[in-house]
Structure formats: structure tokens, C-alpha cells
Ligand binder design. Structure first.
Ligand SMILES: Nc1nc2c(ncn2[C@@H]2O[C@H](COP(=O)(O)OP(=O)(O)O)[C@@H](O)[C@H]2O)c(=O)[nH]1
Ligand SMILES: [Mg+2]
Length: 384
């Protein structure tokens, strides 16, 4: 039976009656409602902290930066403040071990230069242990900060995703976002990592590359003694689809900063007769260079200019053409050195030209050296 008579409010026990302060003034309750709505909108529309950043904040100090020093190196004095710098994933442990064993046998066992390993994720204990055992130099392990391994906020993510899909899989790494993050990192951030602060020169090494000849001199010392800024061993032509506007953006940079362009630059090495980019670049998976070159105001301005243009994500600008265009603009020919070192990164290799040296100290085939390939730009470089 429905109750027809409403129970009288006054019949409620005193303690269940509504407290007097909940009866808000209408304008006050409107303000409270507005505040609640604002907070809800902020929660819904605010950009969440990127996952990578949340994880970076949760990392232990040893994940961010760990040095494993070898007691036998405590009193070692190296002629140059230099290190091998290796960006690698944990999954590349075995390929990297093989590379480091060759590098040690062909060169570093006699010198004991240190290694800096960098990763966008923490290195595993297994990785660190394996590297410590494979090397003679001290080992330093560092985490790449999220800001150095991400799409910057001014790049339209939707446009970037569309561009990646449109490039497709026919272009190497055409659809890969992580490859683009790697290229941006290697173009503008590796040299800013705190673990590199103590060094003047670096030698870039990648998992899986081979060193096919003895290296009977110290390339770091050679760079430092002769005032060289950038050293390469293989040069090639870039896949044009990946750098559609890199040349026009570089020309815009040159127009904006004419004071940064070296008088005796080598831009003609990478320019076609009609003034376009001929796609020549130093293959940056092997690189021995001065960190001062990358830390310079010229290079910093150039990277910032490129990064603002967004081409690392809206196209697929590689760090190799970026480093090479910078070297061509800011350095003279005598500051760049061709290292005729036995080196193999699939599918190309450099095998030293001297037949006597070759037969005594190498396990590569000179006929297979990329310098004989029409895609190599090294002869043109040497002829400059
Ligand atoms: N930590 C980390 N390293 C990467 C990643 N992608 C590429 N690298 C490293 O970046 C370098 C270049 O990558 P690679 O796959 O060799 O590219 P390729 O030489 O252009 O074919 C190598 O040293 C890789 O180990 C990644 O997602 N994370
Ligand atoms: Mg590689």
C-alpha cells in the first residue's frame, strides 16, 4: 500500500537531520559546481604524463647512470679523453659481445679506452655483466632521458603518424617510430648525455659490426694531434624519400645563419651541378669525432633548426645525412679524415687499400670494399 502521507521531517531523530551548513547559498553552490566541472575537464583533457616519463621517474639511480670501473685501470692515463659510445638494446647483447671482442682484439686491448653504453630502457644486469667481461676499458651505463627519445611537443603527432604510414615499408624503417626517435637522438642528443661530459672525442660503435683488420695506431690520438674534427670510413648515398625537405631546410638555415658557414667548407662534395643535394653522406654507424664539433654553437643551432622543422618525424631524416651536412657546412676538408680501417656493417664494408697491410693484418676481401661501388662517395671526397 503506498503511503499517502509524507512522513513529517520533524519526525526524524535529531542526529539524522541535514546539517544546517549543507544548505548553500545558490551562488556559492554554482561556484562549487563550476569548480567541480573545471576539475573534471582538467582530468579528461589534460595530456597525461607520457608513459616513458612516468617510467623514467620510477627508475633506480643505477638504471639512470652506473659506472663499473676496473681496478687495474685506476692508474691508467690515456693520451686523449675519449670513449666508445654505443647505443644498444638489451636484446643486442650477443651481437654486441661479438663486436666488442673484435674491437678489443684489433685495437683496444692495448689501449683500454672506456665504453659508454646508452639505452632508452634500463640495461639488464645480464647485459652489464656481459659488457664488463668483454671489455678491457671501464664501462659506464646510461639511460636516455625521455625528452631525448620522443616526438617533441611541437610536432603534430597525427601528421607524423600519417607520414610514417604513407612512407610505407618499401623505404627501410619507413613505418618505424622508434627508428625515428633513434635518428633524432643520434642527431641532437647523444653528446649531451651526462656520461659524455668527461670526454673530448668519441668513437661510435653498433652491435653486430665487424672490425676486420688490426688497427696499429690510436685513431683518437691521430684526431687530436692533427686537429681533426670528424672521421669516417664509409660514405654512401641516402634514400631520397627519407630526406625530401632536408636540403631545402638546410638552405633556409644557411640563409638564416650565414656567419656559421665555414669559408672553406665542403658543400660542393654533396651538391649536384644544379645545386641540389646529391645524397652523399658519411655512414654514421662508424664515426670517430670531436665532441666539441657537436657541442658547438653552429651544430646546436643547426640541430635546433632541423628539429623545429619536424622532419625527423614528418619525414625520416637520418643522423648520417644530418651529421654530414653539418660537417660539410662547418668544417674544412682538412678537419675531416677518411680512416681506411677494416670495417663491416651489413651490407657494406671498407677493406683497406694497401695490399701488403691487407694480407698481413686483415680478414676482409678488398674487391668487396664499398669504395668500388658507384653508391660510395669516398673517391669524390678524396678527389676534392
Ligand atoms: N636502445 C635502443 N637502441 C636502438 C633502438 N633502435 C636502434 N638502436 C640502436 O641504434 C643504432 C642504429 O640502429 P640500427 O638498427 O643498427 O639501424 P641501421 O644501422 O640504420 O640499420 C644501433 O646501435 C642500435 O643498437 C632502440 O629502440 N633502442
Ligand atoms: Mg646499424
Amino acid at each position: 500500500m503506498p503511503m499517502l502521507k509524507k512522513p513529517a521531517q520533524t519526525a526524524l531523530p535529531a542526529q539524522t537531520a541535514l546539517p544546517a551548513q549543507t544548505a548553500l547559498h545558490p551562488s556559492l553552490s554554482r561556484a562549487v559546481l563550476q569548480l567541480v566541472a573545471l576539475a573534471a575537464a582538467a582530468l579528461i583533457f589534460a595530456r597525461p604524463l607520457p608513459i616513458g616519463r612516468v617510467r623514467a621517474l620510477a627508475y633506480a639511480p643505477a638504471d639512470v647512470r652506473e659506472s663499473r670501473l676496473k681496478p687495474e685501470n685506476a692508474n691508467l692515463t690515456l693520451p686523449v679523453r675519449a670513449a666508445f659510445v654505443i647505443l644498444a638494446r638489451n636484446s643486442e647483447l650477443h651481437a654486441l659481445r661479438a663486436t666488442i671482442r673484435q674491437l678489443e682484439d684489433q685495437f683496444n686491448a692495448l689501449h683500454r679506452y672506456p665504453y659508454v653504453f646508452l639505452n632508452n630502457e634500463p640495461f639488464t644486469a645480464e647485459f652489464k655483466q656481459a659488457m664488463e667481461w668483454a671489455t678491457t676499458g671501464d664501462c659506464h651505463f646510461g639511460l636516455v632521458p625521455y625528452e631525448h627519445w620522443s616526438i617533441p611537443p611541437w610536432v603534430d603527432r597525427l601528421r607524423a603518424r600519417w607520414a610514417m604510414a604513407a612512407m610505407g615499408t618499401k623505404v627501410p624503417y619507413g613505418t618505424s617510430e622508434s627508428y625515428r626517435k633513434m635518428c633524432r637522438f643520434e642527431s641532437g642528443f647523444f653528446y649531451r648525455h651526462p656520461l659524455l661530459e668527461d670526454y673530448d672525442y668519441y668513437w661510435r660503435v653498433e652491435p653486430g659490426v665487424e672490425f676486420t683488420c688490426a688497427i696499429p695506431y690510436d685513431p683518437f690520438k691521430c684526431m687530436a694531434d692533427s686537429g681533426k674534427q670528424y672521421g669516417f670510413t664509409i660514405s654512401l648515398r641516402e634514400v631520397a624519400a627519407t630526406v625530401r625537405t632536408l636540403w631545402s631546410t638546410t638552405n633556409a638555415f644557411r640563409a638564416a645563419y650565414p656567419e656559421y658557414i665555414a669559408a672553406n667548407n665542403t658543400l660542393h662534395w654533396l651538391t649536384t651541378p644544379s645545386g641540389d643535394y646529391n645524397m652523399c653522406h658519411f655512414w654514421s654507424n662508424f664515426e670517430i669525432a670531436s665532441l666539441a664539433f657537436f657541442r658547438s654553437p653552429q651544430y646546436t643551432a643547426y640541430f635546433d633548426f632541423l628539429d623545429r622543422a619536424g622532419g625527423f618525424f614528418l619525414e625520416r631524416w637520418g643522423d648520417a645525412p644530418v651529421h654530414s651536412l653539418a660537417a660539410a657546412m662547418f668544417l674544412t676538408k682538412s678537419q675531416v679524415h677518411f680512416f681506411d680501417i677494416g670495417y663491416h656493417h651489413k651490407p657494406f664494408q671498407n677493406c683497406p687499400t694497401d695490399p701488403d697491410f691487407n694480407s698481413q693484418h686483415c680478414f676482409c676481401n678488398q674487391n668487396r670494399s664499398v669504395i668500388h661501388n658507384s653508391d660510395s662517395c669516398t673517391r669524390a671526397w678524396l678527389d676534392l
